[in-house]
Design a protein around this ligand. Structure first.
Ligand code: NAP
Length: 306
């Protein structure tokens, strides 16, 4: 039996679209499966300042649209469905189970990326969409002119806090330590932004309100004091996890669920590759995801041709 596709790419974020661009241009029959919309993290990123070639920055959704059009122009097919699992990975004809149907391919490139972590405190789920958010670009406008909090001290918290400060009245960054994890440039920008305040060595213990969020119940870790901090919105940026649940039991994953690869993006299974935020040791940068995708595509092309 012949495989329907030379390669199936799981995920149409920056890594998956870059892989698809290269496999399609190498005349490999390419299918990209995506559960939401093409772009992945690009879709929820407003301004990207560190992608080479765009000295004035570029908007995430605009770049993702360009990438999608470029990749499909060279013949990669894009379908929207949820991948449920993989089978027969050790065989020449590998099977991808999706919500709608099964597909077969000679090679599979995993590029399903990751998602922001939840904080895991009471009220977080109840107020999701009613004040609690994981996407400033999607939801920031609902809080125009109001006071919001951002939870976390990494690049995401600082980047998104900066974006929000252009819309809201004030942004309070709640961080569990008295030192930020984010890069120096983003830290300096936050410290120099008059709309950004900090609650150092604080954690959120609960989100409280009526129909909508009204306060973040916070704890000062130094004084042990618990008190209510009024806020209209809470944006959670406390890290990131790979979207690889569907791979459990099929291949080598690290303890957090990232796929192990070599420097050519080959996994421990011949004909299966992983790239971008889903792979172990990813730097989680857009440029790196693009490079990973290209590397995976070239490895797949080399392996299928030899
Ligand atoms: P991150 O770097 O892992 O930072 C997560 C932050 O959340 C840390 O400050 C951490 O505190 C805090 N945190 C974790 N669990 C918590 C909890 N349960 N309660 C309270 N606070 C908690 O994650 P990220 O900011 O999403 O960044 C992920 C990756 O994407 C990084 O490699 C980053 O460089 C990259 N990124 C880059 C850019 C950019 O280049 N502009 C933008 C966004 C993301 P501690 O510091 O105490 O651990």
């Amino acid at each position: 039996m012949e495989a329907e596709y030379d390669v199936i790419i799981l995920g149409a974020g920056a890594a998956g679209l870059s892989a698809g661009l290269y496999t399609a241009r190498a005349m490999m029959n390419t299918l990209i499966l995506e559960s939401l919309g093409p772009g992945g993290q690009l879709l929820i990123t407003d301004e990207i300042e560190n992608y080479p070639g765009f000295r004035n920055g570029v908007k995430g959704p605009e770049l993702s649209q360009e990438m999608e059009e470029q990749t499909t122009r060279f013949g990669a097919k894009l379908e929207y469905t949820e991948v449920e699992g993989l089978d027969d990975l050790d065989k020449p004809l590998k099977v991808v189970h999706t919500y709608d149907r099964d597909y077969t391919a000679r090679a599979i490139i995993i590029a399903t990326g990751g998602a922001h972590n939840k904080l895991g405190v009471p009220g977080e789920e109840a107020y999701a969409g009613k004040g609690v958010s994981y996407c400033a670009v999607c939801d920031g406008n609902f809080f125009r002119g109001q006071d919001v909090v951002v939870v976390g001290g990494g690049d995401s918290a600082l980047d998104e806090g900066h974006y929000l400060s252009g819309i809201v009245n004030s942004v309070t960054i709640i961080h569990r330590r008295d030192e930020l994890r984010g890069t120096k440039l983003l830290q300096d920008r936050a410290f120099n932004n008059p709309k950004v305040k900090f609650l150092w060595s604080h954690v959120v213990e609960e989100f409280v309100g009526n129909d909508i969020l009204e306060v973040a119940r916070v704890k000062d870790l130094k004084s042990e004091k618990v008190y209510d901090y009024p806020t209209a919105g809470a944006f959670i940026y406390v890290g990131f996890h790979p979207c690889t649940e569907y791979l459990q039991g099929t291949m080598e994953l690290d303890p957090l669920g990232h796929v192990y690869t070599d420097i050519h993006m080959r996994t421990n299974i011949p004909g299966v590759y992983a790239c971008g935020d889903a792979r172990a040791d990813s730097t989680r940068q857009l440029g790196a995801a693009v490079g990973d995708g290209i590397t995976a595509a070239l490895a797949a092309y080399h392996d299928l041709s030899s």
